[in-house]
Write a new protein. Structure first.
Lengths: 308, 258
């Protein structure tokens, strides 16, 4: 196997007394889509900024593309694509100008830049907006433009911080499709997200992050298999009746969780559990049976939900 | 000082300006000419014909024009180092995007200052030609006054950049112009010799970089004796440029490197 593109050992980031990233270990392999899944404030963005060689490491070891961000920042950034969480395009400039200026920051000749811009506009479905200013573009278009911008230097590694936060479902799916294409072209992706469906869709491998620490690491499928029974029966009860219901149903499930708005029964056969609930004369307000997801893994590992 | 990477920042700023120059053309090029017309030609006639003439050995227009040259360098510098820096830092966060590329903090600051210096140069050169057209100075005098005007502008460009980089809120920019740039514009010897100021305030004028700029520009443009040894004024302005640059880099790092 070839050298990992990112190696972190005991990687730590502190802001004063606050520890944002608490001694984490991970490797990112060439060609994979690697995810950080966790709620807001888990330390994902801090980790991304350290990988992006824009935020100094407080402790531990970090190697990006075989180099040390502390001493080789410009050389690392030259080969990295960055898609930040916060949109930072030049609104007064056109789509084309935004890409041109960014390409020039990498010292690329204008001739090369112009060729790449046409390709990337096509990829981002923005060719028709080429000469429009950025201001009136939709959120999804702006996000695709930022991704195109991050690809201007043909990076070895593209890092995306919460790439679909704030987008409507249609825009998200288009974006996922573009990221999936990149992955197929062999671009290595590092993605942070607090959406479990995004992590499942995009990531070959991911770590679950909470309060600055990594609590589990594997492929989405393996994580689910390891930490959660296959299916979940979700039951809603009128306020105050949840605890009583769970007492009478707990034996139906391998595990149960009581959330503020619903009860989760983890079992390998949710349909059968549902029938059993009815046979016991218990009538929830609603019943949903579904497969286990990363959300359930997260709940199991941290006792909390991803989006609070 | 200027590396290839800071030149890329200059280039980016130039491309941005090419798109947005219309917004600043009035304040940069037309306002100074209006001042020259209203004060230099209009008010100047009254002064030259009245008693004011006795305290100035030269026509008021001639007195005013080189002072305005330094003053517009200051104003261009302050304008280009305040709102655009706030936008890069906070409003649009474009500096964050720049720093994700090989460009580093020092290169970002030097590139910005380099670009503002170019803008000052455009403004100052244009105004120097206007001075000559109005017969307020010889062509040679006007051209020789350009470098000290640029130096004056750079002192303000760096210090205002550092000041803006520190700001959490844009009200600080209004404060800067209302209580900093505007009083300096009026009371640093541009419109009247600082000897006219109350004795208690007069020494303060010597501390302002603008007075040194005005004094240099006037003496050089008109071929008059220097108020102070020119080396002192030049050194004083250079200290401001150096201190402003160092502070800007420090403030940028504090705000942008988390």
């Amino acid at each position: 196997m070839s050298e990992p593109l990112v190696i972190a050992r005991g990687l730590t980031k502190r802001f004063g007394a606050f520890t944002a990233v608490d001694s984490i270990d991970f490797d990112v392999q060439p060609g994979e889509a690697f995810g950080f899944l966790g709620p807001n404030g888990a330390g994902k963005s801090s980790t991304m900024r350290m990988i992006g060689a824009t935020s100094p490491v407080t402790g531990g070891l970090l190697r990006v593309l075989g180099m040390n961000p502390e001493t080789d920042g410009p050389a690392i950034r030259a080969r990295l694509g960055v898609v930040p969480q916060e949109e930072n395009l030049d609104h007064e400039l056109s789509v084309y100008e935004n890409l041109l200026i960014y390409g020039r920051y990498f010292g690329l000749p204008k001739r090369v830049i112009d060729g790449r811009i046409e390709e990337l506009l096509d990829f981002a479905e923005l060719t028709e907006r080429r000469n429009d200013t950025v201001e009136p573009l939709s959120g999804g278009m702006k996000r695709r433009l930022i991704i195109a911008r991050g690809l201007m230097n043909q990076p070895d590694l593209l890092i995306l911080d919460e790439p679909t936060t704030g987008l409507d479902p249609q825009a998200r799916h288009l974006l996922w499709d573009r990221l999936y294409r990149l992955k197929q072209q062999g671009v290595t992706l590092v993605i942070t997200t607090h959406y479990m469906d995004e992590a499942e869709q995009l990531c070959d491998r991911l770590v679950i992050m909470d309060k600055g620490k990594i609590t589990a690491e594997d492929s989405p499928r393996q994580l689910i298999a390891r930490y959660s029974p296959r299916e979940v029966l979700e039951l809603r009860f009128p306020a105050g009746e949840q605890e009583r219901a769970v007492e009478r149903l707990a034996d139906l499930a391998q595990r149960s969780e009581i959330l503020p708005d619903r009860v989760l029964l983890y079992t390998d056969d949710a349909e059968r559990a549902a029938i059993e609930v009815t046979e016991r004369g218990i009538v929830p307000e609603s019943t949903v049976s579904r497969r286990s997801t990363l959300e359930d893994v997260f709940l199991r590992l941290t006792g909390r939900t991803l989006i609070e | 000082m200027m590396t290839a990477r800071s030149l890329r920042v200059v280039e980016a700023d130039a491309r941005f300006y090419r798109r947005t120059w219309r917004a600043s053309v009035f304040s940069n090029f037309l306002t100074p000419v209006l001042y020259l017309l209203a004060m230099g030609v209009g008010l100047g006639q009254l002064i030259d014909e009245g008693r004011g003439g006795s305290s100035l050995d030269i026509p008021y227009l001639t007195f005013l024009a080189p002072g305005l040259l330094a003053a517009i360098a200051m104003q261009t510098a302050a304008g280009a180092s305040s709102y655009p820096v706030m936008a890069g830092m906070k409003w649009r966060k474009t500096y964050h995007a720049t720093l994700a590329t090989p460009i580093g903090i020092r290169e970002l600051v030097l590139g910005h200052v380099g670009w503002v210096t170019l803008r000052i140069t455009f403004g100052v050169v244009v105004f120097a030609l206007v001075m000559w057209l109005f017969d307020a100075a010889s062509l040679l005098g006007a051209i020789l006054a350009v470098p000290p005007a640029i130096l004056t502008g750079m002192a303000f460009a760096t210090v205002v950049t550092a000041y803006t980089a520190r700001l959490e809120h844009e009200t600080g920019l209004v404060t800067l112009f209302r209580f900093g740039i505007m009083p300096l514009f009026l009371f640093s010897g541009t419109f009247f010799p600082i000897e006219q100021l109350p004795d208690a305030v007069e020494p303060l004028a010597y501390l302002t970089p603008l007075w040194h700029g005005v004094s240099l520009c006037r003496s050089i443009a008109l071929g008059l004796p220097f108020d102070l040894h020119p080396g002192i004024s030049i050194a004083y302005l250079l200290v401001w440029v150096a201190a402003g640059t160092i502070l800007s880099i420090r403030m940028f790092r504090r705000r942008l490197v988390l």
